[in-house]
Write a protein that binds this ligand. Structure first.
Ligand code: 5RP
Length: 228
């Protein structure tokens, strides 16, 4: 079995009857959806909120009960993929282009689990190009600013055409190679007018399930002490 599938199938153990589940996007999530649908067929009762048109289509075809994000207060658990994960469980997401809705979903989820294959575990973030979702208006000038910052930007394309996200924006991928200060970079990127969201997901994942040969490793994020 491939590592993505192993991690995806293991993640179903975190789902309990009656939960409201956030569904991420990507090939690993597709494995998770297939397993979840099996459990639903066997009687598991869940409701779900989707993070993308792609996931919505698959979930509907598998008869997973979806509801609109605006009709819920909180989500119990979101299961999503990731493109890179560092030892502190910070990550880069957005390889599939769904980073904006994925981040919104994660932000209202009581628990976030990422499912990955072992190649996604890295010492330092940045080898994977960092996706930044931008509005089309003025995106050329924004791109130029990123070039001046030496971010090595590339407009994402699919099938020879500019990639358009579910919220009708563009994605500029930044080829940074190494990110030294992810929080600082995230904050400064968010200050560029026209940036909607970045693919830096910091302090979001509570657990990462990484497929490994024939098993998987589960990592839990160490919570920093809260001031009393
Ligand atoms: C989509 C994502 C995906 O979760 C991420 O790209 C991982 O994808 P895959 O499971 O196909 O490797 O962030 O926006």
């Amino acid at each position: 079995m491939n590592e993505k599938q192993i991690a995806a199938e293991y993640s179903i153990n975190f789902i309990e009857d009656g939960m409201l589940i956030g569904l991420g996007t990507g090939s690993t999530v597709r494995f998770m959806l297939a397993s979840l649908a099996e459990r639903v067929k066997q009687g598991l009762k869940i409701t779900a909120v989707s993070s993308s048109a792609e996931t919505t289509e698959m979930a509907r075809s598998l008869k997973i009960n979806l509801i609109d994000i605006n009709s819920v207060d909180r989500i119990d658990l979101t299961i999503d993929g990731a493109d890179e994960v560092d030892p502190e469980l910070n990550g880069i997401k957005g390889g599939g282009g769904a980073l904006l809705y994925e981040k919104v979903l994660a932000s209202i989820s009581s628990k976030n689990i990422w499912i990955v294959d072992s190649s996604k575990l890295v010492k330092k973030l940045g080898k994977f190009p960092l996706p930044v979702e931008v509005i089309p208006y003025g995106s050329k000038q924004l791109f130029d600013k990123f070039e001046k910052e030496n971010f090595n930007p590339v407009f994402r394309e699919r099938n020879g055409k500019r990639f358009i996200t579910d919220s009708k924006n563009y994605i500029i991928d930044l080829n940074l190679n190494e990110i030294d200060n992810a929080a600082g970079l995230n904050a400064s990127l968010n200050l560029f007018p026209g940036v909607v969201e970045t693919g830096l997901f910091l302090g979001i994942a509570d657990y990462v399930i990484a497929g490994k040969n024939e098993g998987c490793d589960v990592y839990e994020r160490q919570k920093k002490d809260q001031p009393k």
